[in-house]
Write a protein that binds this ligand. Structure first.
Ligand code: PMP
Length: 393
């Protein structure tokens, strides 16, 4: 038999890498019902707690009543509807850039931007811990593709010395599995010396980071000259769905003309754009969400240090606890679940072998009491786990 899927799946299981999809039976939020169990979740990317905001829900309902439920066609045919256009203008204003272009998902935005900018005879250099969509985009582009050491401007510099053609340096703004920030000042300085362009995917930075929620570029005070290609996603802190690329007039026109993942797909439902316009307004208006979130993160890091948990260098809502083997990560996640907490175990190939972790994420929808509960239960379970020997690497 050619396709021996059963053996492939069995091998996945034997390596403790088999993935299950938890079934969420309530709306997104801290208190959820998953697979029939009531749990307190620290797993979603709804960082500002906007996914269930009544004003965002109302905006989507009104949007559906006014514009229908489907995009109807691709943007270049007849699917570019007024709410999409208004959202693009609002996102350009929010990012302080001449234009923004809306996509249905972040995955597509990344594929589109990289493949439209570089191809055969060019070079794309990526942080080795970049999101899968960026790595896939690099491979798909046909450009010479190389991964530099994580957040290491020196390693990037060596590759820039050997680069040919147009050169694009691509990095996550906030690394999705580690929660740390890209060292953008150093990366941009290297790129500038060699006339390379920098593209930042700030899927996890928009909303939580920067004084006004403008993400990692705002955090470091960088503009369009340093980071000509800026990507944000809308399914995380914005609480809705989709993504955008923000940049110059010429960049956006280039994407519209040449980016196949933009051209050959149906536009997102206009009602989703209506919802995002509202969540953008809330994100800009309600600073307390970011402030509350940052207080929760600080409290967690302090409490976790007291317990002796192995945290990463992360100032963001992504607070992974390093565990080591996949088996131990799964075990800890299961023990927490028995105690009523939902925290996902992240394993290879999503993270490097031997660095399996629990990925704790915080939202402005969490309360201080919920963070205390998490810390109490972690203290108990961590000590229990520490007494058990490791059986795999
Ligand atoms: N970039 C990063 C850094 C991400 O973490 C994700 C999603 N987890 C994406 C892009 C893809 O975005 P989307 O879910 O909108 O496809």
């Amino acid at each position: 038999m050619t396709f021996d899927l059963a053996s492939r799946l069995a091998a996945r299981r034997a390596e403790h890498l088999y993935r299950q999809r938890p079934l969420l039976q309530t709306p997104q939020g801290p208190d959820v019902m998953v697979d029939g169990e009531r749990l307190l979740a620290f797993s979603s990317n709804d960082y500002l707690g906007l996914a269930n905001h009544p004003e965002v829900i109302a905006a989507m309902q009104q949007g559906a009543a006014k514009w229908g439920v489907g995009g109807g066609a691709s943007h270049l045919v007849i699917g570019h509807v007024t709410p999409h256009h208004e959202l693009e203008e609002a996102l350009a204003d929010f990012t302080g850039r001449p234009r923004a272009l809306l996509f249905s998902t972040g995955y597509m935005a990344n594929l589109a931007a990289v493949t439209a900018l570089v191809g055969q005879g060019d070079t794309v250099l990526e942080d080795r811990l970049n999101h899968a969509s960026l790595l896939d985009a690099g491979l798909l582009s046909g450009a010479r593709f190389s991964r530099y050491l994580h957040n290491d401007a020196g390693s990037l510099g060596k590759r820039l010395d050997k680069a040919v053609g147009n050169t694009l340096v691509v990095t996550d703004g906030v690394f999705s599995m580690d929660g740390d920030l890209a060292d953008l000042p150093a990366i941009c300085a290297e790129a500038r010396q060699r006339d390379a362009w920098v593209m930042v995917d700030d899927a996890h930075g928009f909303g939580p980071l920067g004084a006004a929620g403008g993400g990692v570029v705002e955090h470091f005070g960088l503009g369009i000259d340093e980071v000509p290609v800026l990507v944000g996603t809308l399914g995380k802190a914005f609480g809705t769905a989709g993504a955008f690329v923000a940049g110059s007039e010429a960049l956006i026109e280039t994407l519209i003309q040449f980016a196949r993942p933009y051209i050959y797909t149906t536009s997102q439902p206009p009602a989703v754009a209506c919802a995002t316009l509202k969540s953008l307004e809330l994100l800009r208006r309600e600073n307390w969400r970011r402030e509350h979130l940052n207080r929760l993160i600080a409290r967690f890091r302090q409490g976790a240090a007291e317990i002796g948990l192995s945290l990463m260098d992360s100032p963001t809502p992504i607070q992974p606890i390093l565990v080591g083997s996949s088996e131990r990560a799964l075990k800890l996640s299961a023990v927490l679940r028995e105690r009523g907490l939902l925290v996902g175990a992240i394993r290879p190939p999503t993270v490097p072998a031997g660095s399996a972790r629990l990925r704790v994420t915080f939202s402005a929808a969490h309360s201080e009491a919920q963070v205390e509960r998490l810390l109490d239960i972690l203290a108990e379970c961590w000590n229990r786990l520490a007494e058990e020997p490791e059986t795999d690497a």
